[in-house]
Design a protein around this ligand. Structure first.
Ligand code: 13P
Length: 350
């Protein structure tokens, strides 16, 4: 089914402008939209109190990190954070916008067990989404995120899991575009497991094919969205771990087959890769393929940008400056990777 013609309505133009701004130049996105449960889990591992105040302090540390706006184009917030303020009383969305970072919002309500399909999930959050999006737009959010989860395994994923998640991603994307919010479409094939890189490629290709069929059939404007996919990787427990260049080749071959040229940008998730590998692999893709690609190749990492900073902070005010330094360092490494300029040797863990 053909995609919708580009309507040059004001809303369509807003979508196109925002999507392009998010992947312009060499900046990327920062995912700081962990749900309270996920944020608490990461805090617990470091002995940080699992409270709304501690989450607020952590998000303030991120948003006020010096020069973050020089390397980050947009930041994805969780509902709680969008409603919080800095200590001086500035809402986080405004604090971001003041340093040139576009505020975004995670709008799915999480991956829930898929009926009849043990071990698989469907992401929920469509009920009432139109009203929530209108509220978020009023609070300054200009883009949104929804993550569908695909789990490789014996006989998995099922076609049913791929289809329901793709259908939900497209319904979410259409609702976002209705109010001028750019949808980030995130179908994640997990890297947990012992599957091979070849199997990840096969699954990712099928998933992206189905996602774009759904986006087209539901009339989503491809020029006004961003794709946030996984890289094509061997499972973490797979005995064969391909090189950085092999991962770059497999990922690019997969995306070139499946992602329409009308899409302005691809911004990868990090998915549990180390911070250094996430930078090195993005760098290899840009270095070797950028001139052949119809879309920008950017990042939308959470763990690969935040984790070293969280490890440095540990919930202690005395560590704020060193944590901010670690955060901006990772953002700058990924900015360099967008240009194909990342120096993996200089960035090796000491
Ligand atoms: P990771 O980069 O930690 O995978 O997180 C990205 C994200 O936004 C997951 O939804």
């Amino acid at each position: 089914m053909p995609g919708r013609e580009v309507p040059r309505s004001m809303t369509a133009q807003t979508l196109i402008d925002t999507a392009q701004a998010l992947v312009a130049g060499d900046k990327g996105l920062l995912a700081m939209d962990e749900s309270n449960a996920t944020c608490n889990k990461r805090f617990a591992a470091l002995g940080i109190p699992q409270t709304a105040d501690a989450r607020r302090d952590w998000r303030e540390l991120i948003v006020t990190a010096p020069s973050l706006g020089a390397c980050i184009s947009g930041a994805i917030l969780f509902d709680e954070t969008l409603r919080q303020q800095t200590k001086t009383g500035t809402p986080f969305a405004k604090a971001l916008a003041d340093v040139g970072i576009i505020p975004g919002i995670k709008v799915d309500t999480g991956a829930k067990p898929l009926a009849g399909h043990p071990g698989e999930t469907v992401t929920e959050g469509l009920d009432g989404l139109r009203e929530r999006l209108a509220e978020y737009a009023g609070m300054g959010a200009r883009f949104a995120k929804w993550r569908g989860v695909i789990t490789p395994g014996a006989g998995l994923p099922s076609r049913a899991c791929i289809e329901v998640n793709a259908h939900a991603l497209a319904r979410y994307a259409a609702l976002c575009q209705e109010v001028g919010i750019v949808p980030i479409v995130e179908p994640e094939v997990l890297m947990e497991g012992d599957h091979s890189l070849a199997r990840c490629k096969e699954i990712t290709e099928e998933v992206l094919d189905v996602v774009f069929v759904q986006l087209r059939s539901q009339g989503v404007l491809l020029e006004g969205l961003l794709l946030k996919p996984n890289m094509v990787l061997p499972g973490q427990a797979c005995p064969t771990q391909e090189t950085v260049d092999e991962v770059a080749d497999a990922t690019m071959s997969c995306l070139l087959r499946t992602v329409p040229a009308a899409v302005p940008g691809v911004a990868f998730l990090s998915g549990g890769q180390s911070a250094q590998l996430a930078s090195a692999r993005l760098n290899a893709m840009n270095l070797r393929f950028k001139s052949q690609l119809p879309w920008a190749l950017a990042f939308s990492y959470s763990r690969a940008v935040q984790q070293p900073a969280l490890d440095a902070w540990k919930g202690d005010t005395a560590n704020v400056a060193s944590a901010q330094k670690a955060l901006v360092h990772r953002a700058r490494c990924n900015q360099a990777a967008r240009r194909g300029d990342y120096d993996a040797m200089a960035d090796a863990p000491k």
